[in-house]
Write a protein that binds this ligand. Sequence first.
Ligand code: NCD
Length: 305
Amino acid sequence: MRHLMSPLDFSVEELERLFDLAGDIEAHRGKYAHACAGKKLATCFYEPSTRTRLSFEAAMLNLGGSVIGFSDAASSSASKGESVSDTIRVISCFADICAMRHPKEGAPKVAAERSSIPVINAGDGGHQHPTQTLTDLLTIRSLKGRLDHFTIGLCGDLKFGRTVHSLINALSRYEGIRFIFISPRELMVPDYVTEMLNEKNIPYEEVIRLESIMHRLDMLYMTRVQKERFFNEEDYVRLKDFYILDRAKMELAGPDMLVLHPLPRVNEIAVEVDEDPRAAYFRQVQYGVYVRMALILTLLDIHVH
Ligand code: NCD
């Protein structure tokens, strides 16, 4: 039995197969409409989320399966003091696969150790968010045709943004990737990330001004300042509007530079950018459903011919 805790749990070859499957799902949706008939997905969300949870649920429903679950800790037995290990043993009796989001780093891993069904980490604290990364990679691969040899800028909250940490990890396995980290000093990528890049000799730069590097990017990954992980309101208020990508800044970028964002967006991308053909963040949401469909099939070991 397999779980998904980090994007590195799949080899590059396995990811290729997963993305091929997602591509086939996109092209032939009808073929997969009943693939999970009789199967249940449990979404155990101890932290608020709409898009990730609904994306999982839509994915399972598209496969003809059904969904059960809870969407915040207060409405689960965690509010009575139940441990995630116990919860997952109970959920294992109800469902065939589980997607879990938790504010504590490592909680889905603890659950996976006790589970008799596959567990998917749907985001654990500021740590990892592997299915967002699968979404990001599928989007890049579909729109750029490859996952190697490009310069990617990651901008915003690089300290607390788990999607950022997962994506850097995942991209570090492909050739010819150069990272440009754009953040205020307070929100720079954690040391463990830069240490990993140094160890692997992967080039990266850390800059503060977005304008100065726009022209060099093949892709710009914008992120929201993670309000819920701040220790005080004052710092959040000071930093939240540090970057606002608008039409004027987009003019500094090349004609093929994609703009990605895991969403939800707050102020960091002006609404006027949505009409720009380089804005890919809403297409990214659709790829997220395809890739979760492919992941559910893969973890349940269901093959459709
Ligand atoms: C991200 C998350 O939850 O980490 N959102 C998501 O999964 N769609 C990014 C964020 O909340 O900023």
